[in-house]
Design a protein around this ligand. Sequence first.
Ligand code: UDP
Length: 252
Amino acid sequence: MGDSGDLKLIDDSGKRLDGRKLDELRPIKIEANVLRRADGSAYLEWGGNKILAAVYGPREAHPRHLQDPTKAIVQCRYNMAAFSVMDRKRPGPDRRSVEISKILSEALAYVVFTEQFPRTSIDVFIEVLQADAGTRCSGLTAASVALADAGIPMKDLIVSCAFGKVGGKVVLDLYKEEDNLGEADVPIAVVPRTEEIVLLQMDGHLTVEELNHGLTMTMDACKYIYGLQRDALKNRYSTGMDNEENPKEASK
Ligand code: UDP
């Protein structure tokens, strides 16, 4: 969060600098089952974000001391490619990516029926190929499609989206400039069917009224994105008889 100085992030007609309305999402495209060697996968484009998610498992957890005799562990690794941001990112984990990996693992573990797979690990890899703010939300949204694509039993998909405050207004789905110069950034993740919140972080300052308004707006957006996730899964499997179209069938 920073100071936008003289730059007006909301213009006189109430539009944002990228032309969106306050409650408008960036364009989102989701494709399921894009990688042949993963058990499940998804590719997602969300505004300027490009994200790949791959899932392996449930498979025996290694090292063995990680095994839980009562349930599976969900291990998510969020990684930003060196070329994903303007200033090259130093490869490898850092404090930010370790923290994001932890909170995304916990959010995903909430919807997976982990007790059905004791002693195993479900490994989720999120690779950010191009970043433009909201990568943890995009990554989580892609990862939950990849988990479903892997056939892992879940209560529901998880959908994630951020809202924030820029130029004194509560806005949906910040892009990079708004994330850098705005007054608040609140990524959330939800279980759309039950409207439970499984992740909520807040950077900046908001009134209770602004927070409530932002949460309602983002819950509605998440329900829309939920439709896109389900369409991505339906598209993949409704055309599944054609080997050219379905990498899983072709690899058999
Ligand atoms: N970012 C960057 N370098 C970094 C980390 C982040 O340029 O090492 C950029 C990137 O575009 C990212 C944005 O800052 O999407 C916002 O980062 P934040 O930590 O708020 O996470 P995100 O919004 O992506 O979940």
